[in-house]
Design a binder for this molecule. Structure first.
Ligand SMILES: *Cc1c(COP(=O)(O)O)cnc(C)c1O
Length: 355
């Protein structure tokens, strides 16, 4: 398979000016990768100028939410190169999400071609300060114009890219969400789908009004063990050991979560993947046994939690940011930005293409 490069791409890249302030996911690279799937058959990939999509108003994605996505980063590494972090894990997770929504998986080779091509052509747009990155957003949508409730026969796969500043979500105040659920038992909690985010927004808007930043979601089946945040996984530190909810079908399997577990283990920490009862956790925070907590995900990497709110009660974490969170964040970022040896083989260098 070889990628078709639209002749207008070079001009769009040359005409692009990097704004002074980047923000996170706000500035879009002037090109995008796309491929289409008709009746199970994938076209070749194309790199084309960034532009609005033409979608039929009856396209299934707009009505029945056949849509899944990924979030990943290209990092500027020591010495000036550009590397992707564990991209094949994103390819595999997107295939899993697609399967859950009865969509055809984007073949791993096509997914990799998409993220490599846009990164190669946008290599100059990967910002260089520590914490900054080119954020990549691959997504897949069902486009068949037909209001019948059935899986679409046509799909489009895109990768867009956003040169981004460091994502600061530090000192998060979490609200223990005891009413709503973001995902259902047997539902789509372990798939990266927009619908899960839509289901989380009302909770977030309610808690923002009360001075909190994020919901801490409980398991939708038992309503008393901790699952995760809306877009990040959760860790607690108790007497120097790490505790994180075990994968239970309603938690999204974060690649940062998995990387931190491997890294923590290699750094000599004990990591427990287990059910964490929310009332036990709150009591341990209160007694000081749980001294730190943090959330993790591609965007923010590791963000410390300062407070857990449950109804009228507030439970403050003793160490914000705690030493364990700081150690893990720095160790992971050192690998991603090429300052530390890539002992796990997580980084994949991309050769820049100049136009
Ligand atoms: C994307 C996501 C995460 C974090 O996954 P990473 O691969 O670490 O970025 C965690 N929870 C949810 C619900 C997510 O959508």
């Amino acid at each position: 398979m070889s990628v078709y490069i639209d002749p207008a791409v070079a001009g769009h890249l040359r005409g692009f000016e990097m704004p002074e302030r980047l923000g996170f996911g706000t500035v879009m690279a002037p090109v995008m990768f796309r491929a289409v799937c008709q009746d199970g058959c994938w076209s070749g990939g194309e790199l084309v100028p960034y532009a609005p999509l033409a979608l039929d108003p009856a396209a299934k994605v707009l009505h029945y939410a056949q849509s899944c996505f990924e979030g990943m980063k290209a990092y500027r590494t020591l010495g000036g190169g550009v590397s992707l972090f564990r991209p094949e894990r994103n390819a595999a997770r997107m295939a899993h999400s697609a399967e859950r929504l009865c969509m055809p998986a984007v073949p791993e080779s096509l997914f990799m071609e998409g993220v490599r091509t846009i990164t190669a052509y946008c290599a100059n747009l990967v910002p260089a300060s520590s914490g900054e990155s080119l954020y990549l957003r691959p997504f897949l949508i069902g486009t068949q114009p037909d209001l019948a409730v059935s899986a679409s026969t046509s799909y489009e796969f895109y990768v867009i890219a956003s040169p981004s500043a460091a994502y600061h979500a530090g000192h998060m105040r979490l609200w223990v969400e005891r009413e709503d659920s973001r995902a259902a038992v047997g539902g789509t909690g372990d798939a990266k789908v927009g619908g899960n985010y839509a289901a989380s927004l009302l909770s977030i808007s309610r808690l923002k009004a009360r001075g909190y930043d994020q919901s801490l979601w409980l398991n939708p089946g038992n309503r008393h063990t901790v699952d995760e945040l809306s877009g990040m996984n959760f860790f607690a530190v108790m007497e120097g050991e790490l505790h994180t909810p075990r994968l239970n079908g309603s938690i999204l399997e974060g690649i940062t979560r998995d990387s931190l577990i491997q890294l923590a283990d290699a750094l000599g920490y004990t990591v427990h993947e287990r059910d964490i009862d929310i009332d036990d956790l709150l009591a341990l925070v209160k007694s000081g046994t749980c001294s730190e907590a943090f959330a993790c995900g591609t965007a923010a990497i590791v963000s410390p939690v300062s407070l857990l709110g449950d109804g009228e009660q507030q439970y403050e974490l003793a160490q914000v940011p705690g030493p364990v969170a700081e150690h893990l964040r720095q160790s992971l970022l050192d690998i991603q930005e090429g300052r530390a040896e890539d002992r796990f083989g997580w980084m994949e260098a991309v050769e820049p293409v100049t136009t």
